[in-house]
Design a protein around this ligand. Sequence first.
Ligand SMILES: CC(C)(COP(=O)(O)OP(=O)(O)OC[C@H]1O[C@@H](n2cnc3c(N)ncnc32)[C@H](O)[C@@H]1OP(=O)(O)O)[C@@H](O)C(=O)NCCC(=O)NCCS
Length: 323
Amino acid sequence: MSITGVGSHVPSRVLSNADLERMVDTSDEWIRTRTGIRERRIAAEGEATSDLAVEAARKAMAAAGVTADQIDLIIVATITPDHLFPSTACLVQHKLGASRAAAFDIEAACSGFVYALEVGSHFVQSHTYDTVLVIGAEKMSSVVDWTDRNTCVLFGDGAGAAILQNRPSAHGLLTTCLGSDGGKAGLLEMQGGGSACPATADTVSRRLHFLRMDGKETFKNAVNAMVSAANEALDRCGLEIGQIRCVIPHQANQRILTAVGERLGATPEQVFVNVDRYGNTSAASVGIALDEAVREGRITRGDLVLLVVFGAGLTWGAAVIEW
Ligand SMILES: CC(C)(COP(=O)(O)OP(=O)(O)OC[C@H]1O[C@@H](n2cnc3c(N)ncnc32)[C@H](O)[C@@H]1OP(=O)(O)O)[C@@H](O)C(=O)NCCC(=O)NCCS
């Protein structure tokens, strides 16, 4: 099973730390030292997750040489769907004109891209479908509480996409491994809007339609889960960290990236970082980073790449790709 093309898209509007200083009680210095983030991208009013997804998909399709009518299945990983239903994948299917494609969403928060890769890869490996489009896309700005300095500085919008096909000559997905722990769901959640807590005037006034996070506990769980998922994926392939050309962790926060890299025994040069420019784009994060790493020449043919992710749920996962 191969990744025959990747692509990404971020909105043009930049929200800098200086802009945030004018919105909440924070400082550029605090944000940079605690998170490594300098700026993030914010979707335009009226621009939805499906719009970001379609832009990334078109680039991945062009890279793979795939037209819309060749796509058999579209999987969109997102926690900021255009609507609770229909799925964002169906809206993407229509916007792309992918008339033959089945379509559904996956929800695994910031781990969504690797979850979608694993699910999509099984459809291709089993020859159920020839061509699967996997997208991680988020408009996090639509669920961020812009009055909460604890969270609003962390997130951004964007999308990353990949085309999966059985092409022995292309970039092979060697393994994926996934995990979850719903017992810690409360660490990072959006309480309002689902069947347990439908939207009412009261839920809106209590700000339950915004994400909330226990930052410290999330941090600890993220580092532990990412390190063990990465080690499990390496073990399955019989690889040592030194053989990996590029480690692409979920871009949550520079301190998490540094801690994961150190605990895996990776050098700083091995670890790909773009969190400074985009913040945490949740399910889009490693898709955007993989595309940038390829375009920047950080990954060339035959290189081994390790994706490692963590998110709300809790969810986590890792994937090894031979590029
Ligand atoms: C959120 C995070 C950056 C906070 O860093 P931290 O070092 O744990 O900071 P603390 O939570 O101890 O907060 C320290 C102080 O800074 C304050 N603070 C929080 N956000 C702030 C901001 N944007 N600007 C200024 N001060 C801020 C807090 O209110 C607290 O003040 P207090 O001590 O007076 O109560 C960190 O916990 C983190 O990165 N967590 C993981 C987040 C994440 O990546 N989540 C997604 C995973 S997919």
